[in-house]
Design a protein around this ligand. Structure first.
Ligand code: ADP
Length: 276
């Protein structure tokens, strides 16, 4: 081994001092996760969980074993969209995530509650601790793409996700009703502060497709997303229409039946940007 120069930035050795100062938590010793992608938004209800679900569905369909860590601890909606209920099993080594019909591994607070309507009335540190435990105490086996459904905003829990998980990048989800420029700027600043790449922006609820003539109807007016993405130098990965079938399938626990083609190019771009 070469003599230590104390310059970790130019050294390839993986010695214990290398990660000093980093708050990244070690994964469970039986886990193997190749890429962790955070899905973030400025506020709730813009479709962040939907985008998380669809990206996991598409990467799984493309042959990459995928997983969802539902870090939206107080508002978990992932298990319901996939039609998954019931408890989680574990052994002395850790907890096993639930598995969807398609084969996506999922961990969410809703899977730990006896009744999914029980509110999670926990203080911030407990919530942040739960997110960490979903990373450290769950056995994520052979996962190539893990999508983390972050709670909205830039509070305690999103910060925990950014600091504790080894994110390969984040995807920012917006909707046309928002102050898009401000939302993107906040998320971008947070990612920059922690040296996490922004993989791109996805606009949800962009338009409604007329069932008769196929025309795009922009019910919230013209979107600013193209200019905002360009200003920041980010790729606009996708624009998702409002589609009643999405809400219908989420409510019925059958989101995996949706064709998700509106996000196909976005999934390809994420795979390319993270080198598959
Ligand atoms: P968030 O995670 O940002 O809080 P969700 O993904 O849970 O938002 O979406 C909120 C609700 O809106 C859900 O009921 C979902 O089914 C519905 N929804 C989201 N995007 C669309 C869309 N493009 N078309 C129709 N319904 C949508």
């Amino acid at each position: 081994m070469s003599e230590c120069t104390h310059d970790c930035s130019s050294c390839s050795a993986n010695c214990p001092s290398k990660n000093q100062g980093s708050l990244i938590e070690p994964a469970n010793e039986l886990s193997s996760v190749r890429h962790v992608i955070g899905v973030v938004s400025g506020k709730g209800g813009v479709g962040k969980s939907l985008v998380t679900s669809m990206l996991a569905i598409l990467t799984e369909r493309k042959g990459y074993h995928s997983a969802i860590l539902d870090a939206d601890i107080t508002g978990p909606s992932i298990p319901k969209a996939f039609g998954i209920g019931g408890g989680i099993e574990g052994d002395e080594h850790g907890m096993f995530p639930a598995r969807s019909n398609l084969g996506i591994d999922i961990m969410s607070t809703n899977l730990l509650l006896d009744d999914e309507t029980t509110p999670v009335v926990w203080r911030g540190p407990v919530i942040a601790g739960t997110v960490k435990q979903f990373w450290t105490d769950v056995i994520w086996d052979g996962v190539e793409y893990m999508f983390v459904d972050c709670p909205p905003g830039t509070g305690d829990v999103p910060l925990t996700v950014f600091q504790s998980l080894p994110l390969s990048g984040i995807v920012i989800v917006t909707s046309p009703q928002e102050l898009v420029s401000m939302i993107v700027k906040k998320a971008a600043n947070m990612a920059n502060m922690m040296n996490i790449p922004v993989l791109g922006v996805i606009e949800n609820m962009s338009y409604v497709r007329c069932p008769d003539c196929g025309k795009e109807i922009k019910i919230f007016g013209d979107s600013k997303i193209n200019e905002v993405a360009k200003d920041f130098g980010y790729d606009l990965l996708a624009r998702i229409p409002i589609d009643p079938r999405i809400a219908e399938l989420c409510d019925a626990g059958k989101i995996e039946e949706y064709d998700c083609s509106c996000l196909d190019a976005a999934a390809d771009a994420i795979i390319k940007k993270t080198n598959g």
